[in-house]
Ligand binder design. Structure first.
Ligand SMILES: Nc1nc2c(ncn2[C@@H]2O[C@H](COP(=O)(O)OP(=O)(O)OP(=O)(O)O)[C@@H](O)[C@H]2O)c(=O)[nH]1
Ligand SMILES: [Mg+2]
Length: 404
């Protein structure tokens, strides 16, 4: 699926746990995602370690025996980085990296690192740097100091890297400085947004890698960077789109992920203003992903965080070309049919039925049902537009009266 063409991938090992809330199937899915994140950050996963436990060990996260196994593997294969799926406390991180004598990262760390790698504009860099500082602050004590090989690589990159050895006071000063800087840019951006007039604003939102930028490029003929890695987009792009004479604005922004570090949501609040101020959300879902229902939930949680869950929303189920139900053996009397065996039509009769005409099924890549998409979006934007400009609604006929 993923093309691994990078020449020097950093050797890594993943560690996850299996608990009552997180059975082995879930744990595997989470580690699959962690592996994708690792690959995006420039790492290669040599092995995964999992352990069944009732609760994580407060000192070392996994048990001592398992840790010994990891240590042996790390030494034998000269692994540079061990990545844990869950957030480690500052103490756990310290203890583990002493035992393993290599870089120890958690999911938050990895996501921050990818953001640092991907931040292009000074605005995005400032926001990532702020998130890194916030993450770093409680972890400053003795972080990495016992490590000699600390130059670069996953978890060490980005605008915040020179701060790692400095003390808390300096980091705190830095945080206030960055906040001030963001505030200044915010003001500018608010003015820019104000200059756009009262055009209806539509925001593409969704889990990372679902095809938001691909869809954006399709409908607005723009060229937003899209690729099969996580967090291809960090900055928000806004384009004017016209359907049937009706102009409106569409924005494409950063994708969401399960357990998006709170520091990042906080720091990216301004980037997410575009979502907060939108009149209509297009929640894009990758229906070909086995975990898409959980993705929807994660996105809704973040939308709640930024007070945008109640907005008018159209669910856009993308990648229907890639959707494949798992084959079900009718002669097998033991296995029960599950949602994994559903066809898209069967899915439409589940909870999706309640979403009604607020659900769309498309393939942005193959341009399937793009007409349906344009019509539906036109209808919805028109409704909002007419409320805003009651005197010129005659300019925009009912959808039946024109061919989208
Ligand atoms: N099969 C299939 N692949 C698609 C479709 N739409 C997008 N993709 C692929 O999915 C990958 C991610 O697409 P992007 O448009 O970058 O996704 P995104 O939601 O903007 O991702 P982030 O910016 O990383 O959050 C790319 O490899 C696209 O080519 C589709 O309809 N079908
Ligand atoms: Mg994108």
């Amino acid at each position: 699926m993923i093309e691994k063409k990078d020449i020097s991938l950093e050797k890594t090992v993943l560690v996850g746990i299996i608990t009552q809330e997180q059975d082995d199937v879930k744990s595997k899915e989470y580690l699959d995602e962690l592996e994708f994140l690792t690959y995006t950050a420039g790492g290669e996963v040599l092995k995964r370690f999992t352990q069944k436990m009732t609760m994580p060990n407060p000192k070392t996260f996994i048990g001592t025996g398992k840790m010994e196994d990891v240590k042996h593997f790390v030494e034998e294969h000269e692994v540079g980085t061990v990545i844990f799926d869950d957030e480690l406390s500052p103490a756990q991180e310290r203890n583990i990296s002493k035992i393993l004598n290599c870089k120890v990262l958690d999911r938050t760390n990895l996501i921050l690192d990818i953001f640092a790698q991907r931040a292009q504009t000074s605005y995005a860099r400032t926001q990532v740097e702020l998130a890194q500082c916030e993450y770093l602050l409680p972890r400053l004590k003795g972080m990495w100091t016992h490590l000699e090989r600390q130059k670069g690589g996953i978890g060490m990159r980005g605008p915040g890297e020179t701060e790692i050895e400095t003390d808390r006071r300096i980091v705190r000063d830095k945080i206030s400085l960055l906040k001030a800087k963001i505030k200044a840019i915010d003001k500018q951006m608010a003015v820019q947004r104000g200059n756009r007039g009262k055009l209806v604003r539509v925001a593409l939102v969704g889990y990372t890698n679902v095809g938001k930028s691909t869809l954006m490029n399709m409908i607005s003929k723009s060229e937003v960077f899209a690729e099969n890695k996580l967090f291809a987009t960090l900055d928000t792009t806004v384009r004017k789109v016209v359907i049937g004479n009706l102009p409106f604005l569409v924005s494409d922004t950063v994708g969401f992920i399960r357990k998006l570090p709170t520091q990042l949501v906080e720091s990216f609040k301004s980037t997410l203003d575009e979502v907060r101020e939108a009149d209509l959300l297009l929640h894009v879902v990758d229906i070909s992903h086995s975990n898409f229902e959980e993705h929807i939930e994660s996105v809704n949680n973040i939308l709640t965080d930024i007070e945008s869950l109640g907005k008018p929303t159209i669910m856009v189920f993308n990648k229907i070309d890639a959707y494949q139900p798992e084959p079900f053996d009718e002669t097998d009397l033991i296995e029960e049919r599950t949602t994994a065996n559903f066809s898209i039509d069967e899915w439409k009769n589940t909870w999706m039925h309640k979403v009604g005409d607020r659900a769309l099924f498309i393939s942005a890549l193959n341009k399937e049902n793009l007409d349906g998409f344009r019509k539906r979006v036109y209808e919805e934007v028109r409704k909002i537009h007419i409320q805003r400009f009651p005197y010129n609604h005659f300019l925009y006929p009912d959808i039946e009266d024109f061919e989208a």
